[in-house]
Design a protein around this ligand. Structure first.
Ligand code: PLP
Length: 367
């Protein structure tokens, strides 16, 4: 099987699994317990936290059950904690459902939400962001890299725009971390990451933050300094720190991306959806008048694994909100497939994809 669906999830690295297994065997105590086993587990947990904080250059690291929960905590938690300052939040229409549903819920509770539109390249208009800011805007929540198209948002420019205001910036960096570099000076007030997109484990996320105190949304025993209750899964935390330390962008992704853009360019009924400026590890393209599901299953017959626009929307029959928002022509909207590279992708995989796609395309066209 040639796996080109690394934006849906990645295979855990062996080193990550080794850390996870060792932590389960030797550090299984509850980090909140007072005895020795509890203490050693707590030491491992705090060391994982320090390593992640250092990698991200952020002060606070809270472990969550994944990127979804970290986004919920960033948005619902910040809104709850700072509602006395204002009740206006800005986001974009192409965000992940864990962001969009959080702001929908806040809207139902009386917050005002500005959802910025995007242009055909998936970018928001920075002037529109500036003019949308108000005295009562408490949070701007935007993603770094779009999960369906790889479109990159200019985080440094968002920071610049918010400088001197009291508005917090939250960045969902689930698809960007370890893939494209983020400068220390560009780090936002709140940052979401998820382990399973960087060859770590599923069910393991982090909300990192500086100078902001989101109110807990998972409440109970007060673990994680009260920000997230529940017994902390120390082995997952240690495995996440390991995965993050090992995560590196691969310069070959850009070359393969270019090769595939040229390859798709040979077919007059294929449209590349990802903008030229997109992150190199994600490439989406659409075939005219054909359903993405048909392409995905025909490619699978050739041992190639890709997805339709995103893993969360792939079982959902509706056209993706991202594809619609970018104004992709109707004839292409349901024919989107997404290829995404990871640490184990090779040049041979890219060549095998091209070979299989040519065959599948010819079968679908009946030639
Ligand atoms: C951009 C983005 N944000 C958040 C998430 C949610 O992360 P998790 O699967 O860890 O809940 C995803 C997952 O696909 C994502 O792509």
């Amino acid at each position: 099987m040639i796996y080109l669906d690394n934006s849906a999830t990645t295979k855990p690295k062996k080193e990550v699994m080794d850390t996870f297994i060792k932590a389960n065997e030797d550090y299984y105590g509850n980090p909140a317990s007072l005895h020795k086993l509890g203490n050693t587990a707590e030491n491992l947990l705090e060391s994982a936290r320090r390593q992640i904080a250092k990698e991200l250059q952020m002060q606070h690291v809270v472990f969550t059950s994944g990127g979804t929960e970290a986004n919920n905590l960033a948005i619902l938690g910040t809104a709850q904690a700072y509602a006395h300052r204002g009740r206006h939040i800005i986001t974009a229409v192409t965000e992940h459902p864990s962001v969009l549903k959080s702001v929908d819920q806040l809207e139902a509770r009386g917050f005002e939400i500005t959802r910025l539109p995007v242009d055909p390249s998936g970018s928001i208009d920075l002037d529109h962001l500036k003019t949308s800011l108000r005295n009562d805007t408490i949070l701007v929540t935007l993603m770094q890299v779009n999960n369906e198209t790889g479109a990159v948002h200019p985080v440094s420019e968002f920071k610049e725009i918010l400088q001197g205001t009291r508005t917090f910036l939250h960045i969902d960096a689930v698809q960007g971390i370890g893939k494209i570099r983020m400068r220390t000076e560009d780090m936002p007030d709140l940052l979401t990451i998820s382990a399973h997109k960087i060859h770590g484990l599923k069910g393991s996320g982090v909300l990192a933050f500086n100078d902001v105190q989101p109110e807990a949304i998972v409440i109970g025993g007060g673990q994680e300094s009260g920000y997230r209750s529940g017994t902390v899964p120390v082995p997952q935390a240690a495995a996440f720190a390991k995965a993050l330390r090992l995560a590196r962008p691969n310069p070959e992704w850009g070359l393969w991306n270019k090769t595939l853009r040229e390859f798709f360019g040979q077919f007059e009924d294929i449209k590349v959806i990802s903008p030229e400026s997109a992150a190199p590890h994600i490439l989406s393209a659409a075939m005219k008048g054909v359903k993405g599901e048909i392409l995905v299953s025909a490619l699978q017959e050739e041992s190639i694994i890709v997805s339709t626009s995103s893993a969360c929307s792939s079982k959902n029959k509706e056209t993706s909100h991202v594809i619609k928002a970018m104004g992709v022509p109707a004839a292409y909207q349901s024919g989107v497939i997404r290829l995404s590279f990871g640490a184990y992708t090779t040049e041979q995989d890219i060549a095998a994809f091209q070979h299989a796609f040519k065959k599948v395309h010819a079968i679908i066209k009946g030639v």
